[in-house]
Ligand binder design. Structure first.
Ligand SMILES: Nc1nc2c(ncn2[C@@H]2O[C@H](COP(=O)(O)OP(=O)(O)OP(=O)(O)O)[C@@H](O)[C@H]2O)c(=O)[nH]1
Ligand SMILES: [Mg+2]
Length: 232
């Protein structure tokens, strides 16, 4: 597991069973489970987006490794470590979230040379909007807001959670995601903002399937690019 280079804390937000855990497990482990096991509290993972994925000029070292991004191993923790970073170990994270550094990374730790480590906080969908005042959210740099394409009753939460995140974390980016595209493959991405009732947010909605892997890396990389572009 890579433990060097800049890291930023990313929240996974969405109602119960929309596929938050499945998405991050697909990203980090390239696995998928049909059995539903609710997240209790939060689990933490780490994923490194390489400079190429961020749209930055790769260093010589990075260009030798190739690939736009890479899985840097599981980091589900039994307690969030200081700095909002994950450490290896048990299964469950506790409410010891610490802020992500707010200042720009030192030159030697620039995303241009080492990529960006996303410290992904996979929350329990039961929190709803209460998540924003929870310590788990402290220091979040960005969020992936997720709804379930196959369950329209979850669609309004895209808007409420995105707006909630924007008001509690002004200036921090988010991506909107409709997951489970495999269950409704006829749906097109350009229609989603309208269908999800979020066209007013001025942002497109990305389609993903944690089951097939479609769109999963693209969504996380898009978020990482926004973090870097905003200098967070
Ligand atoms: N067909 C299909 N099923 C999915 C997909 N993503 C998740 N699922 C299923 O949906 C159920 C819920 O997935 P989870 O990833 O546990 O959902 P969650 O959002 O983490 O749920 P909570 O932790 O309770 O908030 C599981 O049975 C998954 O197998 C997908 O892309 N396609
Ligand atoms: Mg979960």
């Amino acid at each position: 597991m890579s433990t060097t280079g800049p890291s930023r804390k990313v929240m996974l937000l969405g109602e119960i069973a929309v596929g938050k855990t499945s998405l991050v497990r697909r990203l980090v482990h390239n696995t998928f489970e049909h059995n539903y096991k609710a997240t209790v509290g939060v689990d933490i993972y780490e994923y490194r987006v390489a400079p190429e994925g961020l749209g930055l000029a790769p260093s010589r070292q990075m260009s030798e490794t190739g690939g736009a991004s890479e899985c840097s191993g599981v980091s589900e923790t039994s307690g969030a470590s200081q700095g909002g970073e994950a450490s290896e170990g048990g299964e469950r994270a506790e409410a010891r979230a610490a802020p992500v550094p707010r200042s720009a990374p030192a030159p030697s730790e620039s995303p241009a040379s080492g990529g960006l480590r996303l410290i992904i906080w996979d929350t329990d969908g039961d929190f709803g909007e209460a998540i924003f005042s929870h310590v788990y959210c402290r220091g979040a740099a960005a969020a992936l807001v997720i709804a379930d394409l196959s369950r329209p009753e979850t669609w309004p939460s895209l808007g409420t959670l995105a707006k909630g995140f924007a008001s509690h974390f002004p200036g921090r980016p988010y991506e909107l995601v409709m997951n489970k595209h495999d269950l409704a493959p006829q749906v097109a991405e350009e229609d989603l903002a309208e269908q999800g009732g979020v066209s007013g947010l001025g942002q497109s909605v990305l389609l993903t399937s944690a089951k097939t892997g479609d769109g999963v890396e693209r969504a996380f990389v898009a978020l990482a690019r926004k973090i870097v572009r905003r200098g967070l």
